[in-house]
Design a protein around this ligand. Structure first.
Ligand SMILES: [Ca+2]
Length: 511
C-alpha cells in the first residue's frame, strides 16, 4: 500500500502518469550512486557522532542530505546483507542465509527491474555472492573477499590483477564506467568497497594517520558477560584471544613463530607479497618501528589487549579514511560533470562491527554495534539538507526505495517498504514499530544462531539451539550489559515482545 502511495506522490510531482514514465527525458529521472562498504560501524563516522575519527566527506554527504539514525541489517554478515539488498527479501527467502551459499542469480532483483526501466546498471568492487552478477550492464568484482593491495578483479572476460589500492581502484573503475555510459539514459552505479573488512591493511595515503595517538577505548572492552546467555561467553571473536597477530594485526612472525603459523596467519606474507616495491617500502617504513617497539615491550594481560585494540582500531580507521576520500572523489566528479543535481548519492555498509565493544571485533550478533548500518542519502531538491530520520528502517527496504526513486513498481513479494516518503520529509501513517533479525551461520567465530525483535526501546533475542533468551532496555542500558530476561518485573514486557516476535516471523514467512 505504502508503495503505491509514494509512487503516486512521485508521479504527481513529476507531472505525468505511469504510462508516460518511459517517455520521460532521461535527464528528469534521477541517477543512483550507491556507495557501499563492508563492516563500517556508525561509531566510526563523525556524522553519527564518532568519538574516534573524522570522516569529512561522509559528513558532507550528511550535511547535504538525510542521515538515517536507526537503520538495521536483517542478518549481520557480508553475503546475506548483499542478497537482502538485491532482492528486498529476508535471508530465508533469498537463497543466501549464510556466507556459504551461492546466490541464485535467476531471482528478481532491483538492478534487473531498473534495467527494464531503461536504467544502465553497473557493479564494481566486493560482490561476495559466488555466482556471476546478474542485472548489470557492466560488472567488475573482487573474487571472494578480495585483496587490499594489487587486487584481482573478475569480469565476464575473466580474472585480472590491477596495480594499486583496492578502495581507489574500485572508485576508478566506477568513474571510468560513468565516462563511457550512454548519456541519454539514467544510471545506477553500485560502488562496493572491500574496506574496512579484515585484514585491515591501510592504503598508502594513510599509513601514518593516528601515529603516536591514543584512540579512546569502548566502555565494555573488558566485558565480563555476566547476566548474558552462554552465547556471549562462548563466541570466538575476542580481541584478546581470537585476533591473529600477523594477519589481523600486521606484526610479521619471528623465525620461530613462522614455523607454526595457524589459520589466517598462514596467508599473511602472501598479502604483503602483492605490494609493489614502492608500496612495500612505505609499508615497512610505517610499521617496522612500531612492530619493533611492540616486540621490545613484551606486553601481557590487559596491557596486551589494549595494545591489540590500538593496533586494530587504527588500521581499521585508516582503511575507512580511504573510503571517505573516495566518497569525496565521487561527489567531486558528479559536481564537475554537472551530474550532482540529478544524482542520488547513498552511503551504507553491509552491517556494523564491534570496535572493541564487549571485547570483540567482527559482527553476527544482534547487539547494537553490528546490528546498526550507516545509511545516508543525498537527493538534491528532495531531501532537506542536514536532516535526520529516526524511523526503524532496514536494508530490506533498499530495493523498494531504489525502485520507487526510478518510478518502477516493486513486486508484491518484496518484503520491505520504500523510504522515499522519509526522504521527502513525509510521515507515512503505518510505519513498522519493530524489526526482525535472524543470524543463521553455524561455526564461524562460534556465534550461536539466533533471531530476535527490536523496537525503538527494547530488544529480545532467542538463541534457539541452546534455548537461551536475552532482553535489553536500550534506553537505560545502551551498552546491552544487563540482560533482563527472567528478571522479576519484566513479565509483561517479555510477553509482549514474544508476541511481536511471533507476529514478525509469521509476517515475514519464516519457515
Ligand atoms: Ca561485512
Amino acid at each position: 500500500m505504502l508503495r503505491h502511495l509514494t509512487g503516486i506522490a512521485l508521479l504527481v510531482s513529476a507531472g505525468c502518469n505511469t504510462v508516460e514514465w518511459s517517455l520521460m527525458e532521461a535527464k528528469e529521472r534521477p541517477n543512483i550512486v550507491f556507495i557501499f562498504s563492508d563492516d563500517h560501524s556508525t561509531a566510526a563516522i563523525s556524522a553519527y557522532g564518532s568519538e574516534i575519527n573524522n570522516t569529512p566527506n561522509l559528513d558532507r554527504l550528511a550535511a547535504e542530505g538525510m542521515l538515517f539514525e536507526n537503520t538495521f541489517c536483517t542478518n549481520g554478515i557480508c553475503a546475506p546483507s548483499r542478497a537482502v539488498i538485491l532482492t528486498g527479501k529476508h535471508s530465508h527467502l533469498n537463497s543466501v542465509p549464510t556466507n556459504a551459499e551461492r546466490f541464485d542469480g535467476s531471482q528478481t532483483t532491483f538492478p534487473k527491474l531498473l534495467q527494464t526501466a531503461d536504467y544502465q546498471t553497473a557493479l564494481v568492487g566486493k560482490w561476495h555472492l559466488k555466482s556471476d552478477p546478474t542485472g548489470f550492464d557492466f560488472w567488475r568484482v573482487l573474487p571472494g573477499q578480495g585483496e587490499y593491495y594489487s587486487p584481482d578483479f573478475l569480469t565476464p572476460e575473466g580474472r585480472k590483477r590491477y596495480e594499486g589500492y583496492c578502495t581507489d581502484l574500485t572508485t576508478d573503475f566506477g568513474l571510468e564506467w560513468l565516462e563511457e555510459r550512454d548519456e541519454d539514459k539514467p544510471f545506477c552505479l553500485m560502488l562496493q568497497h572491500k574496506a574496512p573488512h579484515r585484514s585491515w591493511m591501510p592504503g598508502p595515503d594513510h599509513l601514518d594517520l593516528y601515529d603516536g595517538e591514543w584512540i579512546p577505548e569502548p566502555d565494555t572492552l573488558f566485558d565480563s558477560y555476566s547476566t548474558r546467555s552462554r552465547a556471549a561467553y562462548e563466541q570466538e571473536m575476542t580481541i584478546d584471544r581470537h585476533m591473529y597477530l600477523h594477519y589481523d594485526l600486521q606484526v610479521p612472525p619471528t623465525e620461530a613463530e613462522g614455523q607454526d603459523l595457524k589459520g589466517p596467519d598462514r596467508a599473511y606474507s602472501r598479502l604483503l607479497d602483492r605490494m609493489t616495491p614502492e608500496q612495500r617500502a612505505a609499508w615497512d617504513a610505517a610499521f617496522e618501528p612500531r612492530n619493533a617497539a611492540f616486540r621490545e615491550a613484551k606486553l601481557e594481560g590487559e596491557d596486551l589487549v589494549r595494545w591489540k585494540y590500538q593496533r586494530y582500531i587504527k588500521n581499521y580507521l585508516r582503511c575507512i579514511q580511504s573510503v571517505d576520500d573516495n566518497v569525496g572523489r565521487v561527489m567531486d566528479y558528479l559536481e564537475a560533470e554537472g551530474l550532482a543535481e540529478n544524482t542520488i548519492v547513498i552511503y551504507s555498509s553491509d552491517q556494523g562491527f564491534y570496535l572493541g565493544e564487549h571485547g570483540w571485533y567482527d559482527k553476527r550478533f544482534m547487539y547494537e554495534p553490528s546490528l546498526r548500518m550507516p545509511f545516508i542519502v543525498r537527493w538534491p531538491g528532495v531531501t532537506e539538507p542536514g536532516s535526520r530520520d529516526e524511523h526503524l528502517v532496514q536494508n530490506l527496504d533498499f530495493a523498494e526505495t531504489f525502485l520507487d526513486i526510478a518510478g518502477v513498481e516493486a513486486p508484491e513479494d518484496m518484503q520491505g517498504a520504500s523510504l522515499v516518503p522519509f526522504l521527502r520529509g513525509e510521515e507515512p501513517e503505518d510505519w513498522r514499530e519493530s524489526i526482525y533479525y535472524e543470524y543463521f551461520e553455524v561455526g564461524i567465530h562460534a556465534v550461536e544462531p539466533h533471531y530476535g525483535v527490536r523496537t525503538d526501546r527494547h530488544k529480545l533475542m532467542h538463541f534457539h539451539r541452546i534455548d537461551a533468551w536475552e532482553l535489553y532496555d536500550l534506553e537505560t542500558d545502551p551498552n546491552e550489559v544487563h540482560n533482563l530476561y527472567g528478571k522479576l518485573g519484566h513479565e509483561a514486557l517479555t510477553l509482549s515482545l514474544k508476541t511481536e516476535l511471533a507476529r514478525l516471523r509469521e509476517h515475514y514467512q519464516v519457515p
